[in-house]
Design a binder for this molecule. Structure first.
Ligand code: NAP
Length: 248
């Protein structure tokens, strides 16, 4: 590793999309810091990638826990002194609960818990890590969203209503737009994208795409050139053969 090596933090990288993104970033020479809320799972992931010859690092990180984020940030500052790439991937999805089929039956507690991980944690991590990016005036932030959060297409889309999940990802899109405005004129680029429906624990076996396919757009956004996209909401590159923006 040299001082030029890019450092990437991926939240929830012990399985699913976070794992696939971490693997791909590591394969192109980025120093990936795997993170998970369960240390045993995270260390097993590190071992798995090591066995493929990928030299990744690992640290515990529960994105919903203030103390965990503080400890992680302190460690990151002492160990690497910077962070170049942040992928806000960790997420929960309560859509299989029957009450999630209608806004009129949704449990507010479920919505609260979903927002804790999918929305508030993104704010918490951004507040912790963007100051480190500001020191270097370099950053690429990738927020994982979904097409289901595209408000303008809700009347005609074929997805389940899924109020807690959809609204949480609308929140992710909102964070992306607000942060982009705040970071205007800097070399810290923040964008959101929809990875598509993937075969993960969340997406299930019926999903048409793999997590590896879903990870392609994350790699594109994590390695944007200076002056690249800022505050946009992208579809998966695979679907259109290149970067295409989704409607908000
Ligand atoms: N799968 C899809 O079809 C699909 C489609 C569109 C968008 N997405 C989005 O893609 C992202 C990844 O989804 P996935 O399909 O890979 O889901 P997944 O297989 O269920 O993995 C979710 C990951 O998030 C982690 N996580 C949850 N709460 C956490 C917390 N408090 N702190 C740290 N990590 C936490 C999980 O850790 P544990 O192992 O400890 O639970 C796990 O690593 C999510 O943001 C999701 O909303 C998925």
């Amino acid at each position: 590793m040299t001082t030029q090596t890019r450092i990437a933090v991926v939240t929830g990288s012990n399985r699913g999309l976070g794992y696939a993104i971490s693997r791909k970033l590591s394969q192109i020479g980025i120093r990936v810091i795997l993170t998970s809320r369960n240390e045993t799972d995270g260390l097993a992931t590190k071992q798995q990638l090591f066995s493929e010859g990928l030299d990744v690092d690992y640290h515990l990180l529960d994105v919903t826990d203030d103390a965990s984020v503080q400890q992680f940030t302190q460690w990151l500052r002492e160990t690497y002194g910077k962070v170049d790439i942040l992928v806000n991937n960790a997420g929960v999805n309560p859509t299989t609960k029957p009450e999630e089929s209608s806004l009129l039956t949704v449990q507010l507690e479920t919505m609260r818990v979903t927002f804790e991980t999918n929305v508030l944690a993104v704010v918490r991590i951004s507040q912790a890590l963007i100051p480190l990016m500001q020191v270097e005036n370099y950053g690429r932030i990738v927020n994982i969203s979904t097409e289901m959060a595209s408000l303008s297409t809700i009347p005609d889309d074929y997805y389940p209503l899924a109020p807690s999940y959809r609204l949480s990802k609308v929140g992710v899109n909102g964070i992306t737009a607000i942060l982009a405005k705040e970071l205007q004129g800097t070399n810290i680029l923040v964008n959101a994208y929809s990875p598509g429906w993937m075969k993960t624990d969340m997406g299930g076996d019926q999903a048409p795409f793999t997590a590896e396919e879903g990870a392609e757009t994350a790699v594109y956004l994590a390695t944007l050139p200076d002056g690249g996209a800022q505050g946009q909401f992208f579809a998966e590159i695979r679907k259109f053969g290149g970067p295409v923006q989704l409607q908000w």
